[in-house]
Unconditional design. Structure first.
Length: 263
């Protein structure tokens, strides 16, 4: 007689910040386990972060973020809601959607050995994004500066990374040109768009490229453009190094800066 054995449950590590209710971590674990139990792939790690904003003027002060290691492939989701229970419920749905995108990409890539996806993913649900804290322009600072080697990718591989990690943008090195490039969703149309620090050939069908490219700016000039444009980030060519950089709005109201280094 064969005895069926269930896979051991993955430990879900939950961290909290702010005045999160004592019941919320267990509720988050239950919801994450419901996601993980349906997966065939090994889940090597699972983490959840619950943040309760103290600012009562924020309409969606409850923020939930999850990152799982799906057999070596990180998958991330982040949402904000009016209550923590609602945020965790939304997180469960959003994480399921991220995992579905990863599976779709893998199946299509294995069958066709190409990077162009079989279908264009649906809009990412910006209505559930955490709200940016309102700070005066004179108060804003670059409080996080990340410098690292960028992955060499095609445009569609960069789209896959954008979707799997639930990013607003993804900075990468274009495999065809070696130039820093950024992929993001067009705020007006919801379509993907690429901007490059150099000339980007039309090697990714269905991915429009911004003809103007990345402007040459200092960090201060990029900050001024970011504040005036109302966009979540500015991709620019650093006036001193000639490399493609990204300055972006953090949810705490300050700036973050990403700069590449040589590989």
């Amino acid at each position: 007689m064969t005895r069926l054995q269930s896979r051991p449950a993955t430990d879900v590590l939950v961290a909290t910040r702010g005045e999160v209710s004592p019941a919320a971590p267990d509720y988050a674990r239950t919801k994450l386990h419901a996601v993980l139990e349906r997966l065939d792939e090994p889940v090597l790690a699972a983490r959840v972060k619950l943040t309760q904003e103290a600012n009562h003027a924020v309409a969606r002060p409850s923020i939930a973020q999850a990152v799982i290691d799906l057999n070596g492939r990180p998958v991330r989701a982040q949402v904000a809601a009016t209550t923590m229970q609602e945020a965790v419920d939304l997180l469960q749905d959003r994480l399921n959607a991220r995992i579905a995108r990863v599976r779709t990409h893998r199946k299509h890539h294995h069958r066709h050995h190409a990077e162009t996806p079989a279908v264009v993913p649906a809009p990412t649900g910006q209505e559930h994004r955490p709200q940016r804290r309102a700070l005066g322009v004179e108060e804003r600072r670059v409080v996080r500066h990340k410098t690292y080697s960028l992955a060499r990718q095609t445009g569609w591989s960069a789209v896959f990374e954008l979707e799997a990690m639930d990013y607003d943008f993804h900075l990468y090195t274009d495999t065809a040109t070696g130039h820093e490039s950024v992929v993001h969703r067009d705020a007006a149309t919801g379509e993907y768009r690429i901007t490059s620090a150099g000339t980007t050939p039309d090697t990714d069908p269905g991915l429009p490229v911004t003809a103007a490219g990345a402007p040459a700016l200092t960090v201060a000039e990029a900050a001024a453009r970011l504040d005036l444009g109302g966009l979540p980030f500015v991709f620019f060519t650093d006036a001193a190094t000639g490399r493609g950089n990204v300055l972006y709005h953090r949810y705490d109201g300050h700036y973050g800066l990403i700069t590449p280094v040589d590989q």
